[in-house]
Design a protein around this ligand. Structure first.
Ligand SMILES: [Zn+2]
Length: 173
């Protein structure tokens, strides 16, 4: 998979011209008619590491495509005008019905997220999170089920994205 796609653009979103051409290997697009210049940036996303009392990592199994059925870390896209920390709190509530009480930033890795037949470049920001308790844990939203696995026992091939493998490897170091 390459990031040099047309990002779904077949014409200029401002004037409709078909001369909306990729520059710098797809880093940006510029319209030859109205000069509108659009830059492709990474979408920010958060990935959360929650460890239980037995030292096992909470993993989610994806309910939907892309990568339906594969293991993932809880999290998701940061919404416009939201901080990454707010996204952590919101996603953990939405996906797991858990309340984050403490978090610390760990590391970030880039990823390519296929969606609606094009590829969204993301920057996945990893947070180590503590939660109020696990009693209220209830998978919801885009999560089919939950699994607790010791981080060193996780099969990298079962994870949905390279960035998730890299985050878990970083955590284990
Ligand atoms: Zn144009």
């Amino acid at each position: 998979m390459t990031h040099e796609t047309n990002h779904g653009f077949t014409c200029c979103p401002k004037c409709g011209s078909s001369s909306f051409l990729a520059r710098d290997k797809g880093r940006s697009f510029k319209c030859e008619e109205c000069q509108f210049h659009y830059y492709i940036n990474s979408s920010a996303a958060v990935a959360c590491l929650i460890i239980n009392a037995s030292g096992e990592l909470l993993l989610t199994r994806r309910a939907f495509e892309p990568n339906k059925g594969m293991l993932d870390l809880p999290g998701g896209f940061v919404e416009p005008m939201e901080s990454a920390e707010e996204a952590v709190i919101r996603e953990i509530k939405e996906e797991l019905n858990l309340r984050v009480t403490k978090m610390s930033y760990l590391v970030s890795y880039p990823n390519l997220y296929p969606y609606s037949n094009f590829v969204v470049p993301t920057i996945d920001l990893a947070y180590l999170c503590e939660v109020e308790g696990l009693d209220s844990l209830r998978p919801d939203d885009d999560v089919a089920s939950i699994e607790f696995i010791r981080p060193e026992k996780i099969d990298p091939k079962a994870l949905c994205a390279n960035s998730m493998r890299q985050i878990i490897q970083f955590y284990l170091k």
